[in-house]
Design a protein around this ligand. Structure first.
Ligand code: XUL
Ligand code: CO
Length: 433
């Protein structure tokens, strides 16, 4: 047992008028929206790395957090797990996500890393059994240790490729053992810092081959979860190969993996790529590769990935609107890949960050559902394209330029433009958010 969060009770739902900081105002897990409970819609997950492994450093200063589990021993790794599961339970967060390096002490070599991971996985299995908390996804940290400084799959040194492939296998094994619903690959250093020393063509081939091996291993082992790539345009590298959803889709096509791999879309990464979150979600849906989300915003002025808890309901509502249009999550969920600010050093801050994030998402999801159920936007969207449902519209798609020319002459086609109605649509959205 742990007393890290002593005096903090299990967080109840008290409704929008509550002034209790340690209560939900919008997230009532049992509330039914569009035929499903909020808990089932949102599928919240906490990120082990930010909440329990990150020391609070920035480029100008080191650790600000003092946590009783900091240190590289198995005993402390278990204390960390006790605190993590205590937090999941206090908040009623049904899922968590982890990298190998977040949960186990760093070993001297691959064999020791694997032994350490296996020991903590057994410990997790017991805790998951006791608490009912489940694993949304597992992943490998192939970017923090200095051996990965020039990439993992894309490293110029084949020994690093081997170490990375072997580590991915052990992390997929851990994910399967814990019944994980997805396995994520974020290409932390799979990119370049300068083209001057980079064989871009070769590195892309290496990344493609690694992904094919991951998919082969999924089929070989019968893993039922989804394999997800998490796009990000840059940081830590200057240019990352899995830049955004469109780039990832092109990459999957090139390596014959469309239909095998989906995407885990992070709000902050979308912004860094010059997109809105909803753009990335809508495109993934249309390409059939929508999987899961990392729900953490950036500071819009800072220009880097600040990984803050979401607190903007209208923004979140537009994102969940696209998730609802995709039919909701299947294996995916809402992972808070979010960290506290480095001055937020109190245990309460961890709880309050999650309460705020969960409430923001619940309010956003409810607004999105009401907008969706009203069909207000969809009616206008359907009307806008209705010409394509006429005989004329349908015929065009199966014609050629010569036929279309004669049709245009014969029917005296002379189109008049129609309003795009953007302001009207924005006003509709504002009625719901
Ligand atoms: C980094 C990031 C990662 C991935 C998992 O920006 O988002 O934490 O989510 O490796
Ligand atoms: Co992320």
């Amino acid at each position: 047992m742990t007393d890290f969060f002593k005096d903090i009770p299990t967080i109840p739902f008290e409704g929008p008028d509550s002034a209790n900081e340690f209560a939900f105002r919008h997230y009532n897990p049992e509330e039914i929206v569009m035929g499903k409970s909020l808990k089932e819609h949102l599928r919240f997950s906490a990120a082990y790395w930010h909440s329990f492994a990150w020391p609070g450093g920035d480029p100008f200063g080191a650790q600000t957090f003092e946590r009783p589990w900091f240190g590289d021993t198995m005993e402390l790794a278990k204390v960390k797990a006790d605190v993590a599961f205590d937090m999941f339970q206090k908040l009623g967060i049904p899922f968590f996500c982890f990298h190998d390096a977040d949960v186990r002490p760093e070993g001297r070599d691959f064999a020791e890393n694997t032994r350490n991971l296996e020991e903590i996985v057994d410990y997790f299995a017991e805790k998951m059994d006791e608490t009912g908390v489940k694993l949304l996804w597992g992943t490998a940290n192939l970017f923090s240790h200095r051996r990965f400084m020039a990439g993992a799959a894309t490293n110029p040194d084949p020994e690093v490729f081997a170490f990375s492939a072997a580590t991915i296998k052990t992390c997929m094994d851990a994910t399967m053992k814990l019944g994980g619903e997805n396995y994520v690959l974020w290409g932390g250093r799979e990119g370049y810092e300068t083209l001057l020393n980079t064989d871009l063509g070769r590195e892309r081939q290496q990344a493609g081959r690694m992904l094919q091996m991951v998919v082969d291993y999924k089929h070989k082992t019968g893993f039922k979860g989804a394999i997800l790539i998490e796009p990000k345009p840059q940081e830590p590298t200057k240019h990352q190969y899995d830049y955004d959803v469109a780039t990832v889709y092109g990459f999957l096509k090139e390596f014959g993996l469309e239909g095998e791999v989906q995407v885990n879309i992070e709000q902050g990464h979308a912004i860094l790529a010059g997109h809105s979150f909803e753009h990335e979600l809508a495109l993934a849906r249309e390409l059939g590769i929508f999987g899961s989300i990392d729900m953490n915003r950036n500071d819009y002025q800072s220009g880097w990935d600040t990984d803050q808890f979401p607190n903007n309901v209208p923004e979140v509502a537009l994102a969940y609107y696209e998730v609802l249009r995709a039919g909701g999550f299947k294996t995916g969920g809402t992972n808070f890949d979010a960290k506290l600010r480095r001055q937020s050093i109190d245990p309460e801050d961890l709880i309050l960050g999650h309460i705020g994030g969960m409430d923001t998402c619940a309010a956003g999801l409810k607004a999105a559902a009401a907008l969706y159920e009203s069909s207000a936007l969809e009616k206008q969207r359907t009307a806008r394209y209705s010409g394509w449902e006429t005989e004329f519209g349908k015929k065009l798609m199966n014609s050629d330029l010569t036929e279309i020319e004669s049709l245009t002459r014969k029917n005296l086609i002379n189109p008049e433009p129609n309003s795009g109605r953007q302001e009207r649509l924005e006003n509709i959205v504002n009625r719901f958010v």
